[in-house]
Design a binder for this molecule. Structure first.
Ligand code: ZN
Length: 287
């Protein structure tokens, strides 16, 4: 085992209809009526990881999914992956009251702990929606018993992001650990390089180079993320969504699987909780 593990792989377990980009087209009360594709897509991911170096990853599972597909949480656990929380109903933090958020993160934590039989210490906000306007969430996460969050994407973006947050792991004022999604510093700005739509958009060799370069720049681990629906070119199309949302959601879905296979072969990945043990996080954010 590598004593200084540097690359953490994570998946946000939700279906194609949960994404914030389609929140105006698909209402939560209709979610149950749609074709459910998460289980099959997660099975594909589990098989892919298992057959490539028995790679382990962190699965930030939506409570909504865990409630309907409890066996999925059990499969993830049985294969030795880390179970973490992606909240219950995939609502962006700005759309929740503090009390609603408190219930959301407690209910999802309890359900995942009951199903996995192990303690859940990690949380990722839906759509990286932890922002300067919702920093009360940090105290609620600590209060609910979470040890770390991976909810900050330190880039400028129209839908999310904390462009002034540190690029490396840091402590919030209350001691909660934050492991931001990895960015690349280049030409005087930060570039997203660690997953999601960017991994589908960029040629694989560019992603590989960017991850290696970011790792050299950072005094900390690389945090990479994907979603099960990104490996599913046959998912139903949301045809009435804006062109920009459709472009971001559907580009290169048919290339993700082979790219992910390359990724788990080219780098040595582990869960976020294992990787963060190799680092002592000392920097306290002045946010
Ligand atoms: Zn999500």
């Amino acid at each position: 085992m590598n004593s200084n593990r540097s690359f953490a792989l994570s998946f946000d377990i939700e279906d194609y209809f949960h994404v914030s980009a389609f929140e105006k087209q698909i209402q939560p009360e209709n979610w149950d009526n749609l074709e459910q594709r998460t289980e099959a897509n997660v099975d594909l991911i589990l098989e892919l990881l298992d057959s490539n170096r028995s790679t382990k990853a962190t699965f930030f599972i939506l409570g909504w999914i865990a409630k309907r597909f409890p066996n999925l949480v059990k499969s993830i656990t049985q294969q030795g992956h880390e179970v973490a929380s992606h909240g219950f109903n995939h609502q962006r933090l700005i759309n929740l009251t503090r009390d609603e958020f408190k219930a959301d993160i407690s209910d999802s934590k309890k359900m995942l702990e009951d199903l996995s039989g192990s303690k859940v210490i990690g949380y990722r906000a839906p759509s990286f929606s932890l922002s300067p306007k919702t920093l009360w969430a940090v105290d609620e996460l600590k209060e609910a018993g979470y040890i770390y969050s991976s909810s900050v994407n330190p880039v400028p973006h129209d839908l999310y992001g904390m462009p002034n947050a540190p690029r490396t792991p840091f402590l919030w004022q209350n001691g909660l650990e934050e492991l931001p999604v990895t960015t690349l510093q280049l030409l005087n700005r930060r570039w997203p390089c660690a997953g999601g739509g960017y991994f589908r958009l960029y040629p694989y060799q560019l992603s590989k180079w960017a991850l290696k370069t970011a790792r050299e720049q950072l005094d900390g681990p690389v945090i990479f993320y994907m979603h099960p629906w990104e490996l599913d070119p046959n998912q139903p199309r949301v045809t009435n969504a804006p062109l920009k949302s459709r472009f971001r959601h559907y580009i290169n879905l048919n290339k993700t699987q082979s790219r992910l296979e390359n990724l788990v072969t080219d780098f040595e990945w582990d869960t976020i909780s294992s990787v963060k043990e190799s680092y002592s996080i000392k920097q306290v954010a002045a946010i």
